[in-house]
Design a protein around this ligand. Structure first.
Ligand code: BGC
Length: 614
């Protein structure tokens, strides 16, 4: 990891297009049908909802099966206007002939039980007008019939896609409205091992002795060596003998040690964080954290039996039942299905085979079934998913993944943003509603029409949209704050007074990266907020998931037996590509392979910590 944020195959032209655009939420709800075919089996409803801007659109469709169980489905519809074209579809095989669109199911969503639904979508183009199609058919049977059930409401728009918030961000109308409060923890301490709403509340964090030893080996490192960081299971062998780099403990060793730390801690429960990170075709849009399993080499089956089953078997051991075991599920994987399928063959394969979706669902099924295990699914970061054409498709995919698990939306306790990334938790000197010289900061090159300027507003906005989509109000968000402090001498101390949006943002932002798409070993970064429960409404915790000092990727090609490649985004001499606005990579030089100890980076992270280290 960590892949470049890619605002979708549609790219920056579309994002720019949004500015001039009157964005309409078409929100058409196709009517409900009863099948009249001989078998009388098919009855369906299709909700169609699109955001549009001049020349472009991003549409989401939910197919609901109101009839007998379907083993397979084909959706057809006709665009009313001959200029309307699908350019990129997801969660189905999309084709178009003239105005007729056909979508066949993927392996992983072809079965639809009675009452079941699946979400698919596309990005497309149009000219003249962009009316919503209405003649949806499933397996040739119209979904526009007569069954007198009340039509379901259009897909509820996230705060980001409401027409009013898109056209112009009026000051004071934050697109990230405050979330409805999560269920508050009960006042008397829950019995040990009970599945609580927020596993961080009232708990201490596990200190990984391996990371702690690395930290202590650095001058000044003992100041942070007792901070809780996550254990990464970054390959099958890590379950028994430790992850990449100099980590020597396997999962049982860590859990045994956690039981000891817990016992030494009186009645206070202990939370240990474990990163589940070995999907086949891992890190499909980048090279630095490619892994050992490949889809074409039976990787999904191996992931299930040699990785997830083994991990779940260990975590379910009753010796560990009083620990709160937080799992961070597969950084970058599902976000890559939203933005990187077109440009990267490995992501395409991850999507068309269903391996990412099925792998994550399998992990959720096994891990959620263990009472004291908590599941947090990775949701990338604001500079990856904060644009309309990525945001709602991501929400829809999360929902679809969850509803395909045994426990449905309840299989997910929450989501994490900024894993191993560098986005500021809060930009203190400007918000998305700032208007230097009367112009929106969204126009600046740095913000680039994103709807968010920092991770906390993104986490809260995402949570709102997920709850609106059907996740329970108990879901909580995490932010990885291990390397997003941005202290040191380059940190601004006040808002700029410039009236030019670019100058204003560049002088005000604490995130000092050259471009928000830069992700590898960022020069100038510092350790961020220390782990903390309940930092604000909707957030379960600030956490340190990426252990500071562990590299994101090597600065030049280095032979290794972990499947890791060389990604030029980790090379300080690289001048970039369209995905980071053709900017320098901003990476520190001299970096080892991802996961291995990088002393110079650790030193800089301490030096630029914010809040500063005492
Ligand atoms: C690497 C893993 C490592 C993790 C934590 C990832 O980028 O690919 O091998 O365990 O970072 O440092």
């Amino acid at each position: 990891m960590r892949s470049t944020p890619r605002p979708g195959a549609v790219g920056s032209t579309v994002r720019r297009g949004l500015v001039a655009a009157a964005v309409l939420a078409l929100g058409a709800t196709a009517a409900v049908a009863t099948a009249t075919s001989a078998s009388a089996a098919v009855a369906c409803k299709v909700n169609y909802s699109a955001s549009e801007w001049q020349g472009g659109m991003s549409a989401n469709l939910t197919i609901q099966n109101l009839g007998d169980a379907l083993n397979n489905w084909t959706l057809t519809f006709t665009f009313p206007n001959s200029s309307q074209k699908v350019s990129q579809g997801w969660s189905g095989n999309w084709s178009q002939s003239g105005s007729n669109v056909t979508v066949t199911a993927m392996d992983w969503n072809k079965s639809l039980a009675n009452g079941g639904s699946t979400s698919i979508g596309f990005n497309g183009s149009w000219s003249g007008s962009n009316p919503a199609p209405t003649d949806f058919k499933i397996n040739g049977v119209a979904c526009n019939g007569t069954t007198p059930v009340s039509p379901s409401p259009p897909i509820s728009p996230s705060p980001q896609v409401s027409p009013s918030s898109q056209v112009s961000p009026s000051p004071g109308t934050s697109p990230s409205a405050s979330p409805s409060p999560a269920v508050s923890p009960s006042s008397s301490p829950p019995p040990p091992g009970e599945h609580v709403d927020n596993p961080y509340v009232g708990a201490t964090g596990y200190v990984n002795p391996d990371w702690s030893a690395s930290a202590k080996s650095e001058p000044g490192g003992s100041r942070v060596a007792n901070i809780s960081t996550a254990v990464w299971l970054d390959r099958i062998a890590a379950i028994t003998s430790g992850s990449a780099g100099n980590n020597s403990k396997g999962l049982r060793d860590h859990l045994d040690e956690a039981v000891k730390q817990d016992a030494a801690n009186g009645d206070t429960p202990l939370t240990i964080q474990v990163v589940i990170y070995d999907l086949p075709n891992r890190d499909c849009s980048a090279l630095a954290s490619n892994g050992e399993l490949k889809i074409a080499q039976n990787g999904l089956a191996r992931y299930k039996s040699e990785y997830i089953d083994v991990i779940a078997g260990i975590m379910a051991d009753s010796k560990y039942s009083n620990l709160r075991i937080v799992t961070i599920i597969e950084p970058d994987s599902l976000p890559n299905l939203i933005t990187n399928v077109n440009a990267f063959q490995a992501c395409q394969e991850a999507q068309s085979s269903g391996a990412y979706v099925q792998g994550v669902q399998y992990a959720l099924n096994k891990l959620h079934a263990i009472k004291n295990v908590y599941t947090y699914v990775d949701a990338a970061h604001h500079a990856w998913l904060g644009w309309d054409n990525n945001f709602q498709p991501m929400v829809n995919l999360f929902h679809q993944v969850a509803t395909g698990t045994t426990a449905g939306v309840n299989s997910i306790d929450g989501f994490i943003v900024n894993t191993a990334n560098f986005g500021a938790t809060v930009e203190p000197y400007f918000t998305i509603n700032s208007t230097p010289g009367g112009q929106s900061v969204r126009q600046s090159k740095w913000v680039d029409w994103n709807w968010y300027v920092d991770e906390q507003s993104f986490a809260v906005g995402l949570r709102n949209a997920l709850v609106a989509k059907g996740f329970p109000n108990t879901i909580g968000m995490l932010i990885d704050t291990s390397r997003n402090g941005w202290g040191g001498s380059a940190r601004p101390t006040k808002a700029s007074t410039a009236t030019n949006p670019d100058t204003f943002v560049n002088e005000s932002r604490i995130d000092r990266r050259i471009h928000a798409g830069n992700w590898c070993n960022q020069s100038g970064a510092g350790m961020g907020e220390r782990p903390k429960a309940n930092p604000t409404a909707g957030l379960d915790a600030y956490v340190w998931i990426k252990p500071p000092g562990e590299s994101d990727g090597s600065s030049s090609a280095i032979d290794n037996d972990e499947g890791k490649g060389f990604d030029r985004m980790c090379d300080p001499t690289y001048t970039g590509n369209s995905l980071n606005g053709n900017n320098m990579s901003g990476a520190l030089g001299g970096a080892p392979v991802s996961g291995h100890w990088f002393s110079a980076q650790f030193q800089q992270l301490m030096q630029n910590a914010y809040p500063p280290l005492s």
